[in-house]
Design a protein. Structure first.
Length: 367
């Protein structure tokens, strides 16, 4: 990994004025003292307060805390604590889970993918793996769900939906099937297979797929195969719906950037011997990734990918993964701008960026 985090400013609009909120106080203590007694006590108090709010359906204080977290570390502690509260705590409660699948689909014609969940195939598949056998007995939704619909379910509804199988079934009825109709071209999307069941499912959350990964990928590819559509599927481990939304959204954006970058670099190399890449932060919590020829005389149209950062996105990891991708693509001409761009300013081309305050992260000592 390459250390570029110090060069790229974080422009996410985190609040700068302190806010008096018990949840934020506990979250900050956890972020500052993750491994000592004070941090652990703060975590227990934070989870208890969140559980009380959700039980009473008074979630305004929780919403305020989430929106007023002053940094990614505090936000992540709030997120993780809420996620833990929403899991089953005993045998009488229901455990929800989501299986995210990132799809890269391409077609020369408008396309429509099957939005049903291959329930029978999934149950038969997981029955072959002792570590995942609990998934065989879970109740699966008959259709796939997209992230925009999952995101509309508020935390108090997830909390109520773990109280009983009947409550879980009621929530399941509110989740419509994903709309998987797309225009011609290439799309990178994420869909979720949802299930709920007994407490035993909790032990599967976050468990690595290991030897099940490749066969599960093939299951999904076969499910979506047909109608002249080429599909690559990247299945992720079982997670809570909340965690699935966070992790799958980040991975979808990363894969979309990978596809965009590969296509851009390929098209540039058809016209110019060298591709140049410019990366910059932009006001409003965005990172711009621009691809062009290194030589200004080529006058190629810039190709720019915009990554809008979520509150808990890891900026260091995003940049490290991107630099690794550039190494794989054999791109050496990279400039990371040290100063953030205003919202109304376009990303400069590579030929201009080399004269600005910037660094090539592959050769950080040379600037």
């Amino acid at each position: 990994m390459f250390a570029v985090n110090a060069l790229l400013p974080d422009t996410r609009p985190f609040p700068t004025d302190p806010v008096k909120n018990d949840l934020l106080m506990y979250a900050n203590q956890m972020a500052q003292n993750p491994n000592n007694a004070q941090g652990k006590l703060a975590g227990e108090q934070l989870r208890n307060q969140i559980a009380t709010m959700l039980f009473e359906r008074h979630i305004l204080g929780l919403s305020v805390a989430m929106s007023m977290a002053a940094n990614p570390a505090a936000y992540q502690q709030l997120w993780l604590s809420l996620n833990e509260v929403l899991t089953a705590q005993n045998d009488s409660e229901v455990q929800w889970l989501a299986l995210p699948v990132i799809l890269v689909a391409g077609s020369k014609q408008p396309m429509a993918l099957d939005n049903s969940a291959p329930v029978a195939a999934l149950q038969a598949f997981f029955a072959q793996y002792p570590q995942f056998v609990a998934l065989q007995d879970a109740t699966w939704l008959p259709h796939l769900v997209d992230g925009s619909e999952l995101a509309t379910i508020k935390s108090d509804k997830w909390f109520a939906a773990k109280e009983s199988a009947a409550a879980a079934a009621s929530l399941a009825e509110l989740l419509p099937a994903a709309d998987l109709r797309f225009s011609a071209g290439q799309e990178v999307v994420v869909v979720y297979a949802l299930a709920y069941g007994k407490l035993a499912l909790k032990s599967l959350l976050g468990a690595a797929l290991q030897d099940a990964a490749m066969p599960l990928m093939q299951l999904w590819i076969e499910h979506f195969h047909g109608n002249g559509v080429t599909v690559f599927a990247n299945p992720m481990p079982a997670m809570t719906p909340m965690m699935a939304l966070q992790d799958a959204s980040a991975l979808r954006t990363r894969m979309a950037l990978d596809v965009f970058a590969a296509n851009a670099i390929r098209s540039i190399r058809l016209q110019s011997p060298r591709a140049g890449v410019v990366v910059a932060a932009q006001a409003g919590g965005k990172i711009l990734f621009g691809f062009n020829a290194t030589d200004a005389v080529m006058s190629l149209a810039p190709q720019v990918f915009t990554w809008t950062l979520a509150s808990n996105d890891d900026l260091d990891l995003i940049m490290a993964n991107f630099i690794d991708l550039m190494v794989e693509c054999q791109v050496e001409h990279i400039r990371v701008l040290h100063e953030a761009l205003p919202e109304d300013v376009e990303l400069p081309a590579y030929a201009k960026a080399v004269d600005m305050l910037s660094t090539n992260p592959l050769f950080p000592q040379t600037h």
